[in-house]
Write a protein of this length. Structure first.
Length: 484
């Protein structure tokens, strides 16, 4: 008997499902009797605002391949009945456990077509504005956001809400503290709540100049502290377009290289942004810098790891690895006319944006044989860039010195060495120099000292006398003198 009843029930459900599917195929079904329940669930308990709908309908969403409940022509009214907001498209799904208890409780809500403005003021506080044409839905959306950021509470009207989707939205970010403005014409945002907190996922189209870059965003909101841990992924971004949204990174405007990677940071409830950590992969492209020196090279691949401290305007490069390939070269026409072999280079540096100061902690370069280590400080003051540089080079052939020694750096010593020393090698050489650069005068060296050790060289001291061969020794030099 029980099996017979179960069979009849299943058959009845199948027939009812078929009739419902047939009815939905011909158009939406009105569920007007549910409207008052939804109005109560989405209205303020304190009476600050009331949410009303023209109708509640059941539709078949072909894109989702699912049945959807839509609240038609949603309006948010103030205490005096004044219109606060209009939301053309609002979809809802219901909590099954709540239905079993005889309660109508939204499990998920979907809002379509909002314009969202995120503003970070100079004092660090953050405000949100949600608008649609002339009216604002800030009251309702803020209430939904505040609710979904709380731990679930099944006794409140929205306590069963687990998911809030904001679809086909446009998003702007105005950071008045850092003078940053971002514009995203399309954003889909998904908020999911559980006992451990709130997870935010988003797909954002961000404008970078005339191009659009797709971002994937993952955020975790602490339910107690309200801090947000944020991770952003991006791909196929041309580095030269980044200064369009981050003026502090204006030095990237000459780097025409596709990049992809991740950014990660934490935002506190008072608006404080912790350093933004980045891990970026660099694809094949061209670096063409004009200031402080003309510098050009083609990159095969690279990786950049570091952080950007917005509060202190500090751009820290923890690791920068650039691979130019086995035939790679770099062109520094202001220093050396010919291209210099350069296979790989690694950099550790800090750039202080406000002070316009670059500290090179380490540059290690593979010059297709010799290895070069550099360190130095560059700072722009009074339209000039001062510099202090220390350099060490190892395992350089004597015959290659002319290729690496700049023409205008200790020209007397350079001329004598390149003319009179041949064969052999320099096991180690050191130099320290300082000077300044300006657009009008170019680079100018104020001081220079250095020394070197050489092995197995041939020296032509006083031509046409006999040359010294297989000589080992050392030399020291400055701007005016060379002593061997």
């Amino acid at each position: 008997m029980a099996a017979h009843l179960i069979g009849m029930l299943v058959l009845g459900l199948v027939i009812a499902g078929g009739v419902l599917a047939w009815r939905l195929a011909s158009g939406p079904i009105s569920l007007a009797f549910l409207t008052p329940y939804f109005e109560t669930a989405l209205s303020s308990e304190s009476g600050a605002f009331k949410t009303v709908f023209k109708d509640t309908i059941l539709t078949w969403e072909t894109t989702k391949r699912a049945i959807d409940i839509q609240l038609v022509e949603t309006q948010v009214l103030g205490r005096q009945g004044d219109l606060l907001a209009e939301i053309p498209e609002l979809s809802v799904s219901l909590s099954a456990p709540a239905l079993m208890r005889g309660r109508l409780a939204p499990k998920s809500l979907s809002i379509d077509g909002l314009r969202i403005s995120l503003i970070r003021r100079t004092d660090g506080t953050i405000s949100l504005d949600f608008s649609k044409e002339k009216t604002t839905s800030k009251v309702l959306i803020a209430n939904l956001l505040n609710e979904i950021m709380q731990p679930p509470d099944k006794e409140t009207p929205l306590g069963s809400l687990k998911r809030l989707d904001i679809l086909n939205a446009s998003l702007t970010l105005s950071d008045q503290k850092s003078d940053i403005f971002w514009d995203a014409p399309l954003a889909n945002i998904f908020l999911n709540r559980d006992k451990t907190g709130l997870t935010v996922e988003a797909e954002v189209d961000l404008k970078l100049g005339s191009s659009i870059t797709k971002l994937s965003v993952l955020g975790l909101v602490d339910p107690v502290e309200r801090d947000i841990s944020l991770k952003v992924g991006f791909s196929d971004v041309i580095a030269s377009s980044v200064p369009n949204v981050l003026k502090e990174l204006s030095f990237l405007k000459h780097i025409k290289i596709p990049v992809n990677g991740t950014l990660a940071t934490k935002i506190s409830s008072n608006g404080t942004i912790e350093p933004v950590h980045f891990d970026i992969q660099l694809d094949k492209g061209i670096v063409d810098v004009t200031k402080p020196l003309d510098l050009t090279f083609s990159l095969e691949k690279g990786r950049l790891i570091g952080s950007f401290d917005i509060a202190n305007s500090l751009f820290a490069i923890e690791t920068c690895e650039l691979n130019l390939g086995p035939q790679g070269t770099i062109h520094l026409p202001d220093i050396i006319k010919k291209k210099i072999p350069l296979r790989r280079i690694s950099i550790v540096a800090n750039y202080f944006v406000n002070a316009q100061k670059l500290e090179l902690e380490k540059i290690l370069a593979d010059l297709a044989g010799p290895t070069l280590r550099l360190r130095g400080v560059f700072q722009e003051i009074a339209e000039q860039i001062s510099f202090e540089i220390g350099a060490d080079i190892k395992e350089m052939k004597i015959g290659a010195m002319a290729q690496f020694w700049p023409n205008n750096l200790a020209p007397l010593a350079r001329t004598w060495v390149t003319k009179n020393l041949s064969v052999g090698s320099i096991s180690a050489a050191r130099a320290k120099l300082s000077g300044r650069w300006s657009e009008a005068g170019g680079p100018q060296v104020d001081s220079l000292i250095g020394d070197m050790n050489f092995n197995n060289i041939t020296a032509d001291y006083f031509s046409p006398t006999l040359k010294a061969t297989r000589a080992n020794g050392s030399a020291k030099f400055d701007k005016r003198m060379l002593e061997i």
